[in-house]
Design a protein. Structure first.
Length: 615
């Protein structure tokens, strides 16, 4: 099932509007999604499954444009085929490029599947534009479509298999192979597996459609090696045999029961509660022969997330990361998904090595075009990979790579707000008046994410709750470990690259400590707690975290929406001694940070491309 995953849902209208645009053009994305919804309504009225919808669409399409091919084994319905919604959807398919049309047919099946089944198998598919961009990148890296073998262990609706087959055919034709030789070569060198048998059947038929000319000329139908399989458990015999593995792996959190029989086999990439796509990345590398290539479409979270540390260590040891492309827009890429996406090409090393490495980075538009950003260093030891999102980030990352200073060097400790409002059963109060009324002597104020303003202030109105967010909680002891009693900086824990700032920070007012002795953080804030001996005040630390260089650097090491403690601990900071000298000399914090990092003459501009949000 080839694409990134998320629980975020696109609003698909229920209006039965499948008509094409008035000028005859192919319908828009939203029109196609409405068309899929209409198909589902008609199928439901007729008591038909999503598999019947896929089979009927495929049969209707092939009867019009691929009549020389043998029929698919998928079930179809004549009653459904007579529905206007089917004819209109097929009309749209016929006016698209073949790869795009196969994407939409596969997506129709996926969208109409029962939600739990779709989420369990993570059935979302790679748009044709990204497929083309990634395959073009493989060509640039030296992959030969006329001689190499190819495998997709989560092939879904042939988002990669069909365009790979087309490229194999084109390159084989250049070498003067006959139609039969072309088919035999592709049959022997193209492989795919998927958990869903309907998708496997769709993939095989899409391959026939992609090679219709050769099939028609020879009258010979290849038996493509595309089969239902649990790829993580059933592909051991293929390890070390593939020249190229191309995959957009399924994306979702795994539960402990799923890991019982494979934890040992994937121990080198599993950490805590892993994401399914992390195991698939490890699988893809294992399938490669030494010197082989892997091309992936994944969320960006593996580039920096704490629980992908072991995977990053494994990749640094076994592969050369040749190219990382960051998709410039998270919306409009995958159906029902808003997820920052990376296109990654790696080369399987013939011998394991350790240490840092270098890779090329590009920004990728939703049309699949690449714009080079520059080269960056990937640190080893499982640390987050700082990936520039735009050309101006490159000198910043170079400067930060020279810095060994982190929050510990500034005398600050990272912790996460301990209060989970919908789980904690201890007494809470909407206002200070309520606290005084019941004489809750150990109640302390509660800081929520909303209380941290973008202009660097903590705005707590102790007199009244805001939007249902109560103001005080009583833990029974003002010295409870969850109460923050030291001077501190608080940050919003959930931000995205769509916001003006990822690091929204503010110093907790001293008046709050004077009146209440401390505070409790709600779970959606991050707390930087000052330790003994720190020479930087919370106000100065909040200003430091709010500067443009720190915000840009954090964007480069954060592949998710969460501002995680793991990533904050790896935030490269200026030399504190040098920074303090600039501050004491009266320099504004922004200028002081730039000077301390050696960036006085570098302009950190907002990138020209639209950035994506963060697996």
């Amino acid at each position: 099932m080839t694409t990134t995953r998320s629980t975020a849902k696109t609003n698909i209208c229920t209006v039965d509007a499948t008509a094409t645009d008035v000028d005859g053009r192919v319908p828009s994305r939203q029109s196609l999604l409405r068309g899929i919804k209409a198909l589902g309504m008609r199928a439901s009225e007729l008591g038909l499954s999503p598999a019947h919808v896929a089979g009927t669409l495929l049969k209707s399409w092939c009867e019009l444009d691929y009549s020389a091919l043998p029929p698919s084994s998928l079930s179809s319905s004549q009653d459904l085929a007579r529905q206007p919604s089917v004819s209109k959807f097929v009309w749209a398919l016929r006016r698209m490029p073949f790869i795009e049309a196969s994407y939409w047919l596969s997506s129709a099946y996926s969208v109409l599947c029962e939600t739990r089944h779709r989420q369990q198998l993570a059935m979302f598919f790679t748009p044709a534009s990204l497929t083309k961009g990634l395959l073009d990148d493989l060509v640039d890296q030296g992959v030969d479509f006329a001689s190499h073998s190819f495998f997709d262990p989560a092939c879904g609706g042939a988002a990669f298999l069909a365009p790979i087959a087309q490229r194999m055919r084109a390159d084989l034709r250049k070498r003067s192979l006959s139609s039969r030789q072309v088919l035999e070569h592709i049959e022997a060198n193209l492989y795919g597996t998927d958990m869903d048998p309907v998708l496997c059947e769709l993939s095989k038929h899409f391959l026939l459609m992609a090679l219709e000319q050769e099939v028609s000329e020879t009258g010979w139908v290849p038996a493509f090696k595309v089969h239902p399989a649990d790829s993580l458990r059933e592909l051991d015999r293929m390890f070390g045999t593939m020249d190229v593995v191309v995959c957009n792996p399924p994306y979702r959190k795994m539960v402990a029961k799923e890991l019982e029989d494979i934890r040992e086999a994937y121990a080198d990439v599993i950490e805590a509660q892993p994401n399914l796509y992390g195991l698939f990345i490890g699988l893809c590398v294992r399938l490669l022969r030494p010197g082989g290539y892997v091309a992936l479409v994944t969320p960006t979270s593996f580039l920096s997330g704490r629980y992908f540390s072991r995977l990053r260590t494994y990749l640094m040891r076994t592969t050369d990361v040749l190219h990382i492309g960051i998709v410039s827009d998270r919306s409009g890429v995958f159906i029902d998904v808003e997820q920052e996406t990376a296109l990654v090409v790696m080369h399987r090393r013939k011998a394991a090595v350790q240490g840092a490495a270098r890779t090329q980075v590009s920004v990728v538009s939703v049309d699949g075009s690449y714009k080079g950003v520059g080269e960056c260093v990937l640190p080893g030891m499982g640390r987050a990979w700082p990936i520039p999102r735009a050309v101006p980030d490159v000198p910043l990352l170079r400067a930060c790579a020279r810095s060994s200073f982190r929050l510990d060097d500034y005398g600050y400790r990272v912790r996460i707000g301990a209060y989970v409002w919908n789980r904690d059963i201890r007494p809470w109060y909407e206002s200070l008046k309520d606290v005084k009324k019941v004489q809750a002597k150990t109640a302390v104020p509660l800081i929520w994410s909303r209380d941290i303003s973008p202009i660097g202030l903590v705005d707590i109105n102790a007199a009244v709750a805001h939007c249902g967010e109560h103001r005080f909680v009583d833990l029974g002891d003002r010295h409870h470990s969850s109460v923050v009693r030291r001077p501190a900086v608080v940050l919003q824990r959930v931000t995205s690259n769509d916001q003006p700032r990822r690091l929204v920070a503010a110093a907790v007012p001293q008046a709050l400590y004077a009146q209440f002795g401390g505070f409790v953080g709600e779970n959606h804030i991050v707390i930087l707690e000052q330790q003994e001996g720190s020479t930087f005040s919370p106000v100065e630390m909040a200003q430091l975290m709010s500067t443009e260089p720190m915000d840009r650097y954090f964007r480069c090491i954060s592949g998710a929406n969460n501002v995680s403690a793991f990533e904050l601990r790896q935030l490269a900071l200026p030399d504190p001694t040098a920074l303090l000298e600039h501050i004491r000399a009266g320099h504004p914090m922004e200028k002081a940070v730039r000077a301390s990092l050696g960036l006085e003459r570098q302009a950190l501009r907002r990138p020209l491309v639209t950035e994506s949000a963060g697996g």
